[in-house]
Design a protein around this ligand. Structure first.
Ligand SMILES: Cc1cc2nc3c(=O)[nH]c(=O)nc-3n(C[C@H](O)[C@H](O)[C@H](O)COP(=O)(O)OP(=O)(O)OC[C@H]3O[C@@H](n4cnc5c(N)ncnc54)[C@H](O)[C@@H]3O)c2cc1C
Length: 262
C-alpha cells in the first residue's frame, strides 16, 4: 500500500552549523508511528534529485499531532530540504519499515549513537521515558556542536554521556569502558545502537559477552524505499547461514546479533 502524504511544514530551522530541524503537522495522517520507523521525503520541488531521501522520526508528538526530523545537510537532497518554508507542503512516504521493540520486561536500556544516528535513537528515548523505562545514552560526535539532541534526550529523562573527537573521548576503547561500567552498574536489559560501524561491532561484542538482547538501526542508501530497487540490501547471519534483506522492507531496525557489519 502506497503511504504517500502531503503534510504542512510548521518549522524548518538551522540548529547548528551542519544540522537542521523540521516539524511537520501530522493531523492529516491516521497511521501510528513507531520509533525507528522512517519517512521517505521528497526534498526538491524540481526533477533533481529524482530520488526521495530517507529520514528517521526524531520526535513523535501524538498530543499535538506533529512529528519532528533532525537532519544533517550532506548533499543535494538535504540542501534542497533546507529551502522548505513553514506553510510549504512536505511530500512524504511513510511511516515505513519496522521500528524498535521495547519489550515490556525492560527496565533499563543503553543507547549508543554516532552522528545522525542520534536522531534515530531519540524517538526511542522518548518512548522509554513515556513507558517509565530508564534510559542511558552515549552520544558520539565530531564536536560538541554536533551534540544538539543531547538536551532533547535529557528532556525525555535519559542520562546522557557525551563523547567527541574534539575532546579525544570517542575512541572505541573509551566508549567500551563507559559501556561496561553502565551495563554492570545499572544492570542494563538491552542495547540499542545506530550510526557507526565501529560502535555497532562493539555493541555486538558486548551484547554477546553479557548475554543481552539488542537492536541496531541501519542507514543504508535507499532508492525507492518500497522494496523494488534492492539498493539497500544488507546481510543477516541466521543459524550459520547468510540471508540478504532489504533494509527498507525488513528494517531499518534489526536484531543486533544478526547483522553482518562489513
Ligand atoms: C532509515 C534511514 C534513516 C535515516 N535517518 C536520518 C535522519 O534522521 N537524519 C539524517 O540527517 N539522515 C538520516 N539518514 C541518512 C540520510 O537519508 C542521508 O544523509 C541523505 O539521504 C543524504 O541525501 P543527500 O542528497 O543530501 O546526500 P547525497 O549523498 O548527495 O545523496 C545520497 C542519496 O543518493 C541516492 N543514492 C546514491 N547512491 C545510490 C545508490 N547506489 N543506489 C540508490 N540510491 C543512491 C540515495 O537516495 C541516497 O540517499 C537516514 C538514512 C536511512 C536509510
Amino acid at each position: 500500500m502506497m503511504k504517500q502524504h502531503l503534510l504542512p511544514i510548521l518549522t524548518n530551522v538551522q540548529v547548528s552549523k551542519r544540522y537542521w530541524h523540521m516539524t511537520i503537522d501530522t493531523s492529516g495522517m491516521t497511521d501510528d508511528i513507531e520509533p525507528g520507523q522512517f519517512f521517505h521525503i521528497r526534498c526538491s520541488e524540481g526533477a533533481f534529485p529524482f530520488l526521495r531521501r530517507p529520514f528517521s522520526i526524531y520526535r513523535i508528538n501524538r498530543e499535538d499531532d506533529t512529528m519532528e526530523f533532525l537532519y544533517l545537510v550532506k548533499g543535494e537532497g538535504t540542501k534542497d530540504l533546507t529551502k522548505k518554508q513553514p506553510g510549504d507542503t512536505a511530500d512524504v512516504l511513510g511511516p515505513l519499515g519496522y521500528g524498535f521493540k521495547l519489550q515490556p520486561e525492560y527496565k533499563e536500556i543503553l543507547l549508543t549513537a554516532r552522528g545522525v544516528g542520534i536522531a534515530t535513537l531519540a524517538a526511542l528515548a522518548q518512548e522509554a521515558g513515556q513507558k517509565g523505562v530508564r534510559c542511558t545514552a552515549i552520544l558520539s560526535a565530531r564536536s560538541k556542536n554536533d551534540l544538539l539532541a543531547a538536551e532533547t534526550l535529557q528532556d525525555f529523562g535519559a542520562e546522557v554521556h557525551h563523547v567527541t573527537e574534539e575532546e579525544g573521548t570517542s575512541d572505541v576503547e573509551s566508549v567500551e569502558t563507559r559501556m561496561r561500567d553502565i551495563i554492570e552498574r545499572k544492570d542494563v536489559d538491552a542495547l540499542y545502537t545506530c550510526g557507526s560501524r565501529r560502535l555497532s561491532r562493539l555493541n555486538q561484542r558486548l551484547a554477546a559477552e553479557y548475554g543481552l538482547p539488542g537492536e541496531i538501526a541501519l542507514e543504508e542508501q535507499m532508492g525507492c524505499a518500497m522494496g523494488a530497487c534492492f539498493a539497500c540490501v544488507c546481510d543477516l547471519e541466521e543459524e550459520g547461514k547468510y540471508r540478504s534483506v532489504r533494509v527498507c522492507l525488513e528494517g531499518p531496525v534489526f536484531p543486533l546479533e544478526k547483522v553482518v557489519i562489513s
